[in-house]
Design a protein around this ligand. Structure first.
Ligand SMILES: [Zn+2]
Length: 231
């Protein structure tokens, strides 16, 4: 099974063949549908086959295989399908994802903050991080810094690197790899932020727009949370 979004985040439509069906759960030989993972929610959209439309309501990776949950039964193994991604939803999530990487990089660089979690969504996304001082004006300043980077219209590159070719800072990224994987996918925002990542991103920071803080929360000790959106 080929995960087409790994190489091309901008693929909105594709053709594929059904290789497995279990009730409303469908596996294809290739897909552009992103499964729920790494804090990025699944895509929605539809599969079309023989004039019938099946809405894709949930997508998850189960035992390493991407499974599409559709709203009705009827697809059979061997059927050819046309897949269409709900692009508005996906593109917003791509902008949110690149924004989250930029914020993480700035929080880390400016304040030494460690990112402890994140959850993207269409309306607002959140980042959890550990930071000693909870100074709202400082955090607002970091977000302005991130917006300054966005305005520079920097390229966001996705590339694959073999484990044995990792040097310097990249070595620590190898730790997130499953032990049997020999290649890692890197998302590189013009060298400002390089992460091992399976998510979908915009190809230029300008596409993020402007990051806006929705709210900040003090979760006690040194746990902080911000909710943000992109305009
Ligand atoms: Zn990511």
């Amino acid at each position: 099974m080929q995960a087409l979004y790994m190489n091309d985040s901008y693929l909105k439509e594709f053709s594929a063949v059904v290789v497995r069906v279990d009730g409303k759960y469908v596996v294809l030989d290739r897909t552009a549908f992103y499964p729920n993972s790494g804090g990025q929610p699944h895509d929605s959209g539809k599969l079309i086959s023989g004039g019938e439309e099946y809405n894709v309501v949930y997508v998850a990776k189960i035992d390493g295989v991407i499974s599409h949950e559709v709203d009705k039964q009827g697809l059979k193994v061997g059927d050819s399908v046309r897949g269409i991604i709900d692009w508005d939803r996906r593109y917003t999530l791509m902008r949110m994802h690149t924004a989250a990487h930029l914020l993480s990089a700035v929080f880390h660089k400016e304040a030494g903050a460690l990112i402890t979690g994140n959850q993207l969504n269409v309306d607002q996304s959140r980042i959890d991080f550990s930071l000693e001082n909870f100074d709202r004006s400082r955090i607002a300043e970091y977000v302005r810094t991130a917006n300054g980077i966005i305005k520079k219209e920097l390229p966001v590159a996705v590339r694959f690197i073999r484990k044995e070719n990792m040097t310097g800072d990249l070595i620590k990224l190898a730790g997130v790899l499953p032990p049997d994987a020999d290649e890692i996918r890197l998302v590189d925002i013009a060298g400002i932020d390089v992460q091992a990542d399976g998510g979908t991103h915009v190809k230029n920071t300008a596409e993020v727009g402007e990051i806006e803080i929705v709210k900040m929360e003090n979760k006690g000790k040194s746990n902080r949370r911000i909710y943000f959106t992109v305009k």
